[in-house]
Design a protein around this ligand. Structure first.
Ligand code: ASP
Length: 346
């Protein structure tokens, strides 16, 4: 007899499992049993389910790199026993977590699907049930006896997205995530239609788990009228090793002497600076405009079309897992997990 597929649910918290605190009225995470009690239909799935609950379930605003390590450790410990993994997570920082976990597992051969919801599972109009049930179905899906998906994804509101390409763009729509620079991996309607051309294929190599991250990173978002104090303040944070520079348009920034000098001096102090656009879609093209030429000349690395979330955690990952800063500099511009597309201005 064919065995039932097995999925491990890793419950980290998020709105999906929250209820209103009777005293303050604010949403607070609850335990998994209470969450499950609201979704009796789950027994109809022909899937054997086990649950690993974080000791303290979190609103994802409280998620830290150590929680990404916990997620990866849990997957590693249980890797051989399950067909796939569903991580229930708050939507606020789901894009960061999915990006981090995608870099921290090499040669992934099974699905790791992040999902959550905008309304708690106990609310009548909740989006949690569809998100959760479809994520579970995808987590155990096979084709020719092999897992259909072998990457870290976000499943939300009928779309399966590449985890490290996602950004949360709405706090009020059920359709909370975008992946503007990469097409959806699948769309769920009456059937789940996969975009087979872009699904990551497992390369047959053994899966490797990385459990080190270096959080000595900052984001420097530029804006018209920013002061030198502001820029230098960020660049001089003690212990800082890399900066995600969020620029305008296709990677453009002011050409003022003080600004370029401040960046140049930081690079001379061995700080890695990566150029990422503030635009929700499109790519950095250093050199296309005069306002980005100097950045390339002084050694700012182009983040191309990477999201700010993915750039941040890619730097945390590379800094912790490379022998030296030169290796980080060499590796950053190369896509690790299709998180960026190289353009002609790279
Ligand atoms: N604040 C919640 C969280 O990120 C929002 C959500 O789950 O959608 O945990």
């Amino acid at each position: 007899m064919k065995r039932k597929p097995k999925a491990l649910i890793i419950y980290t918290g998020g709105t999906i499992g929250m209820v209103k605190d009777s005293y303050t009225g604010a949403l607070m995470p609850v335990n998994f049993e209470r969450l499950l009690a609201n979704i009796p239909e789950i027994v109809k799935l022909d899937i054997e389910l086990d649950i690993h609950t974080f000791e303290q379930t979190l609103d994802s605003s409280n998620v830290l790199p150590e929680h990404w390590i916990q997620m990866v450790e849990t997957i590693e410990k249980n890797y051989d026993r399950y067909d796939g993994f569903v991580i229930l997570h708050g939507s606020d920082t789901m894009a960061h977590s999915a990006s981090a976990v995608s870099f921290m597992i090499e040669n992934l051969s099974k699905p790791v699907i992040f999902t959550g919801s905008q309304l708690p599972i106990g609310v009548l109009r909740t989006d949690a049930k569809e998100n959760f049930i479809t994520a579970l179905e995808i987590a155990v899906m096979k084709e020719n006896d092999l897992p259909k998906v072998t990457e870290v994804c976000v499943y939300f509101e009928y779309h399966l997205l590449k985890g490290n390409r996602t950004t949360k763009f709405s706090s009020s729509h059920f359709n909370a995530f975008t992946s503007t620079n990469y097409p959806p991996l699948a769309e769920a309607g009456v059937q789940i239609l996969f975009n087979d051309n872009i699904l990551r294929k497992h390369n047959g190599l053994p899966t490797k788990f990385y459990k080190k991250l270096d959080p000595n990173i900052a984001i420097l978002k530029i804006f018209p009228g920013m002061t030198e104090n502001y820029v230098r303040g960020v660049l001089q944070i003690e212990g800082i090793k890399a900066i995600v520079l969020e620029t305008f348009g296709s990677g453009n920034a002011p050409t003022s002497d003080w600004f370029i000098s401040a960046l140049k001096e930081a690079i001379a102090r061995d700080i890695i600076i990566v150029n990422v656009t503030q635009c929700p879609s499109g790519s950095v093209m250093q050199g296309k405009y005069n306002t980005s030429s100097a950045l390339g000349e002084i050694g700012v690395l182009s983040g191309q079309d990477i999201t700010s979330e993915a750039a941040l955690v890619k730097l945390m990952f590379l800094l912790a897992n490379s022998p030296d800063l030169d290796t980080v500099r060499q590796k950053f511009p190369i896509p690790l997990k299709e998180e960026m597309t190289i353009n002609e201005w790279a």
